[in-house]
Design a protein around this ligand. Sequence first.
Ligand SMILES: C[S@@+](CC[C@H](N)C(=O)[O-])C[C@H]1O[C@@H](n2cnc3c(N)ncnc32)[C@H](O)[C@@H]1O
Length: 446
Amino acid sequence: MRVVELFAGVGGFRIGFEGPPESSSRDGARVVWANQWEPSTKVQHAAQVYVTKWGLEQTDDSDVYTGGKDDVFVNKDISTIDAESIPDHDLICGGFPCQDYSVAKTLPTAHGIAGKKGVLWWEIHRIIEGKRPRFALLENVDRLLKSPRSQRGRDFAVMLASLSDLGYAVEWRVVDSSDYGFPQRRKRVFILAERTDDWERTTDWIESGGYMAKALPIHPVDSVRSFSLSDGELSEISEAFNSDEGDTPTPFGNCGVMVGREVLTAKCKSDFTGEKATLASVLQSPGKVPDPYILEPESLVREKGWIYLKGSKRELREGTDGFTYRYSEGPVTFPDALDRASRTIVTGEGGTSPSRFKHVVKFKPTKTQKDRLGLTSPQSDEVRSRLELSKSFWLRRLTPIELERLNGFPDDHTELATDGKRAFFMGNALVCGVVDRIARILIKNN
Ligand SMILES: C[S@@+](CC[C@H](N)C(=O)[O-])C[C@H]1O[C@@H](n2cnc3c(N)ncnc32)[C@H](O)[C@@H]1O
């Protein structure tokens, strides 16, 4: 299977299809062309990681790298790339941002759709239209199924209808990776489009017959809903989809299929029976944790420190307009639970500054760490008593290697970047094992 990887980042889809760079046999599936470009930065950090890890060499065109004829990496804005310059392939994949997919009416003289400029979905669409691969496998935040707020589900409806118009049947599934034995709770929608003449897509396809159901088993679904997307122009769907007064919920459940603009959708649950992985399973031994990851006692107790940010609050705050308002929020689990899958890694996970969202775990520091970092001071004892930690424990953030493990990347995959960037890459990336499960089914069945 020849694969094209768009929005490649540090190569999560590639690892899912081929395995990690050093052990990849490239049997079954191989990425023949990849694209990655970070807007508004001069240094292309993710691209550097990608070309280094896959051992690609710069060509005469300084933004193009290669590891041989069928292994090309292009570090250019996707909107500047001509579809014709991309080699033929069986599958195109990519994780792309959730943006506004509204479509304006095209002028009678203009051809095609008028998606907003800069909306990356229309770049993917343009390439699918030009190259017509058999499959497209796309990943997005699950909010895509519910956006925008004024017309919930509109963006996904536009996406489905536009794929239908290109001759593709589509299935989708919201996957929480921890439901399939991975150590991170990361909920993302995976969308698989297939160019096909087979118009038989029934409830059975969602439940057991389809690729997603085979890759990521679910319990039989009930209350399947069916509805048609309007058969008019995309601009009609864009204007009218779920546009009733008030906040009407999205009609899209967490799984479904669409063929010829006919949608079948339901709510499903994982039927995975294997072992569940925990946050504890990815942790490095205490001696391997560099000092900046170990929390300073003062950073816990200070005014806007870790204990405050993680805790519940009810307070008056002043808005930018000068008005005061009451702000309240509940506590988050602090430190993070080790006996279950971790919370989702977000792009702001890196850096020493206290935060509500960064992961913090308890661990047993070594004697030298304790001495070096003042973890026996009266202030550290105060922290232990406030958090009910016993004497031998202390708190730390997750290391870059642990973040990589939570997404299923090899240890030190991103080692050449700064720690902050490494965390950012993992916040942007995906759980490679979910792609691996889908890839295996696609390869086996084709
Ligand atoms: C959600 S991330 C995908 C991460 C990837 N799946 C991984 O495993 O690392 C989206 C990526 O698209 C890249 N990107 C954003 N705009 C782009 C553009 N116009 N052309 C090419 N790449 C772009 C970003 O730099 C980012 O790395």
